[in-house]
Design a binder for this molecule. Sequence first.
Ligand code: S3P
Length: 424
Amino acid sequence: MTDLTLSGPGGVFSADIAVPGDKSLSHRALMFAAMAKGDSLVTGLGPGADIQRTATALRSLGVSIVDDRVRSPGIRDWDEPTSAIDCGNSGTTMRLLSGVLSTSNIHATLVGDASLSHRPMARLVDPLTSLGGVITTSSSDTPPLDVGGATNVIAADFTIPIASAQVRTAFEFAALAATGPSTIDSPGGFRDHTERWLAAIGRGVWETDTKFRIVPGPIPPARYEVPGDPSSAAFMWAVAAIEPSATVTTRRISLNPGRLGFLQILESMGTTIEAIVTGSTGGDPVGDVTVTGGRLRGITIDGDLVASALDELPLVAVIGAYADGITSVRDAAELRGKESDRIDSVVAMIRSLKGGIEPRRDGFDVVGTGFLDGGVIETQHDHRIAMAAAVAATKATAPVVIRDAEIASVSWPDFYTTMEGLWS
Ligand code: S3P
């Protein structure tokens, strides 16, 4: 457990930086490649520990992953793992793999670290069992999960009450083994990476803006280039946003509409955004984004915008503290089930830095004073809290100590040095 003390450097900068491969798409690319029979090539995978968890899990099922080459016997010929699969801190590994395995003939137990062991898993049970999938949680609806060994996989039509891309994807992966087409529906705003990928390979089609039909059948091997992660780039965008005239460019970023909420928020708060689509990969638009800081004002964030900015809401609190007026986040009770209870950990972070913030049941209200002080941040085993605190530190009036700072490596091992590099 390493403490990191950050003080500045702060000030205006102009930078062009590379961000790691997208975490959501890296998990999906590995899983699609592993389900396929044959050789796939996946370049630009995210370097974080969460992606390593997915790779290790798939290896325990008999899939070979060496650098960017994936060789699989195909899901029907996967091995049964000889011990429990450890998903570490990675909720995406656990939820997506549960979907894949629930309707397979493989039995597996999925476990996680202290943070993941407290995260909600009941949300998977009804969607997956509607397909004849097999999944049980602990008595507190959390990991460990026992999955797989399905004998009768059937088609189903299911609507989930939350805009969760993880639950949608788990259902979609599971439904690939059904006897006929299934549909999944939910509120909007979610990242639709999986749906775009399935549509691109002819395994699904949109019925409405939110309802997707999955056409069962085999997955072909892939050649796929993972784009940059907007949820990682967001930390660099935020450093620019709180420093008037500072500017940062990030290239070849996934511009999936379900990932663009934070850019919309930054623009509404007074930041200048330039986003240019330069291509696409697996159905996802990809492009370059430049963010230039300006004078910030508080806004209210609610409805579908919440799902499309979900992982960036800790950053919204930091930016709100440096803005004029009140920034409110509502309809975001989902934050309570993340790597930490992100309403409590965001409130604690801002208060440690002597900012004004009040928790709500479903979000928080930040009083913008244009100022944060130094302090000690307990990261609660949550990479996005550690990294949001580092952004706050670039402008804080005294040093910020980040406890357990290396948790950032879950998504971005070189995060702190990359951030420092903005001024070099
Ligand atoms: C993810 C979906 C989101 C997001 C998470 C990654 C994904 O979670 O917060 O970091 O890759 O599908 P939910 O599905 O719980 O909204």
